[in-house]
Design a protein around this ligand. Sequence first.
Ligand SMILES: O=c1ccn([C@@H]2O[C@H](COP(=O)(O)OP(=O)(O)O[C@H]3O[C@H](CO)[C@H](O)[C@H](O)[C@H]3O)[C@@H](O)[C@H]2O)c(=O)[nH]1
Length: 430
Amino acid sequence: MPPTLQHIHQLRDEGLASISLRPVGFYPHEQTISAKNPELSNDTLPNDRCFENSMSTTVNGFLNMANSHNNRLDSQEDSYVLVTGGAGYIGSHTVLELLKDGYKVVVVDNFVNSCEESLVRIQKLAKQPLKFHHANVLDEQTLTAVFEKYKIWAVLHFAALKAVGESTKIPLDYYWNNVTGSLNLLRVMEKFRVHNIVFSSSATVYGDPEESPVNEQGNLGPVTNPYGKTKLFIEEVLRDMCKANKKWNSVILRYFNPTGAHPSGIIGENPKGIPNNLMPYVSQVVQGRLPYVNIYGGDYDTVDGTGVRDYIHVCDLATGHVAALRKLHSDPGCVAYNLGTGVGYSVLQIIGAMSRACGKEIPYKITDRRPGDVGIVTADASLANAELGWYPKYNLDQMCQDLNRWTSTNPSGYPTPASETKRILQEMSS
Ligand SMILES: O=c1ccn([C@@H]2O[C@H](COP(=O)(O)OP(=O)(O)O[C@H]3O[C@H](CO)[C@H](O)[C@H](O)[C@H]3O)[C@@H](O)[C@H]2O)c(=O)[nH]1
């Protein structure tokens, strides 16, 4: 029997957990947990039955999280989470979430696909100190120095090249950076007996899924591009390592289509050159930097003939990483979770939502299908819901509004680092 709201009350009364709940936005609820700060009151609890059912199935996840949170506070107070690629799009939003959640964070990044300014802004937003070292994950010596300097208990590994199209043109760079870089990092972790990792993977590991929504038991591959193969390969490496040595714990997160930006408009995606992905491309059309959107294919078997994807707000991905980090405390071995909303939108629906967000018509042309594209890819994220207690909370309109806020206040992305930025980064490295 899953626990009911009465059970939640009982647990609260026994002082085992406090859970504050409030219905928000598109998804039915948002949870905050604090085992040390009971604050549940009847008026924060909804009486709607659907809500009650969805709550009941997740209360165990909540309690695990509350316990893990306390374990973390007890045992990890002096230790750092190392975030590779922490200045990048998903990395930066995750670092902000970690700092807000009380984690101590050290970032390594080589800014190949990111900007110094994002770290300065994260630190300002979080009002918490952030540590940083300029390093490529291929550079064993610098990584070793970072592990020597900080007591690290877990690594969130984002650093990688990530453009599908580019990976077909320069595959060697992709294999070298993403595979050799990850292997190098894992070897340094092994040397320092740091056995906890959260790995950034992608829905691309499912190849052309036979059906959507796809769950984690779905067939992996065949993957058609080098980028996706590097993700699948490192997933396999992690599975083998966890099998061989029970000390290793690895949470693999398979992202669907990340978009949006922090609601403050202060950090966001900073694509270099002409974007490959739909959302940043549409944004640049809104800014007048590109004339129109090319819609790749209008003859898919979908609601309006255009491709359907599962878009997820980058802040929801960030909270997914914090949940994954908590999961490491339960010695899970190697586990993989989809991070998506489960809701698919077509390219035309995306253009409509962006148009609503910015109050402008967005010109588009329907062209041929893009090679390698499939009609529909959406996530079954019920495993992450149940085992991580994680639920996305932003809907499509909010994703578009946040993206629009970021791009309209930062039309050229992050500025080139000024001397003040360099000074702050130097401080972070000391
Ligand atoms: O200019 C564009 C760009 C994209 N699209 C369409 O928009 C949809 C989304 O395309 P994206 O390029 O934004 O995203 P993909 O779904 O192709 O790929 C993304 O999601 C994958 C998982 O589903 C992987 O994670 C991959 O790394 C990531 O880029 C597709 O139907 C695509 O055909 C257009 O019509 N015009």
